[in-house]
Ligand binder design. Sequence first.
Ligand SMILES: *Cc1c(COP(=O)(O)O)cnc(C)c1O
Length: 441
Amino acid sequence: MSAEERSRIVALDKRRVWHPYTAMDHYRDAVDPLVIVRAAGSRLFDADGRGYIDANASWWTCALGHGHPRLVDALRRQSEVLCHTALAGIAHAGAAELADALCAVAPGGLEHVFFSDDGSTAVEVAMKLALQFWSQSGRSQRTRFVALEDAFHGETLGVTALGGVEVFRRPFAGVLLDAVRVPPPREPATAPKAFDALARAVEEHAETLAAVVVEPVVQGAAGMRTYDPAFLRAARELCDRFDVLLVFDEVFAGYGRTGPMWAGEHAGVAPDLLCTAKGFTGGMLPMAATLATDRVFEGFLGDADRAFYYGHTFCGNPLGAAVALEVLRVFEDERVLERARPRAARIARAFAEMATLPGVESTRSLGMIGALDLAGDAGYLARAGWRVYDEARRRGAYLRPMGNVVYVTPSLNIPDDDLEELLAIVRESVEAAAAAEGGSP
Ligand SMILES: *Cc1c(COP(=O)(O)O)cnc(C)c1O
């Protein structure tokens, strides 16, 4: 792309496009955006032909890298035959095969698949299924949810009510559903308190609870914060004892991001409803799924007014289904989870070694996630991460931070050389940002 064409695109963009999660005045006045023209494997390429390692797999979606030939081929083949059809009263091979393959790899007991468009809708579906399930099981007072502090479940008003990231929630606080909020057990020292709080929340509110909704083991948008998997076992036991539904939002954590296929496997427990998106189509198309047990499904049988009157226009879209099915096949054929293990170990080692760098407060890792907290202001609006972002961009990596949290969530199949290069860039960028900050050496 020529320099003039690049300038024209940036001017159009700044005039017309309202960017997500972006302070638009700052963006228009002070940001020179990357203009991406293509992507391949673990790299994005800009208008000048420069490559950038995609450190966050394009918002946590491209589990198999960009342009995986089998996914591109599945999309092309499907597009020649059937791009879209409604799913109401219609069956097509893609949705049927995908639902079957998904249930085969899902935690035990999840037997039915409801398709939607993205992570937010997958969780919205789970909330509505839970509410309607209870209302037609003679328990219509069960209308509330337990959610975790710092939770993130997406963007619709329904799921925003479950969210606990204050700056995302604040503008809507006055109109949101009520949620009972409990702290996840991040530190061994506070774990007993967290287990107590969960037990108290479920026990005290059991008669009015529809479901407990959690991101299992890792809260991505909270800054890649992990917690003790035993908490999920406690949640499962409490939900069983008080007959409350348990929802796992595996939108970020599923598809091997934390090591096993599903993050719930760290605890060895299965939910009543499971939400998947992001890695689900390998970042190729917006499509998601909510899986349900027989019990939940059967709660919707009977008279016609018991049906789930819900369905997004592109529900079960054949293009998305063809790609999502191929993703599952690639996971199996290329032994993606098994082959990611040494890479995960490499990420763990590299982040542990960064713990002693100047300006770094703490580090953590889990599966194909590595994160560090920079010292100073914390939270999503902190600026420290952006100084590291600028340094990384100069060195050839796209390393979008969350406030003071610098993290990598690369594709699971990132080539070893690219991973080494990325980890070196993270380290050098953190060092360079700290040196600039200190005004030395
Ligand atoms: C990203 C995310 C969502 C929302 O998914 P979208 O596809 O952005 O709507 C929901 N839950 C979790 C845990 C997520 O990380």
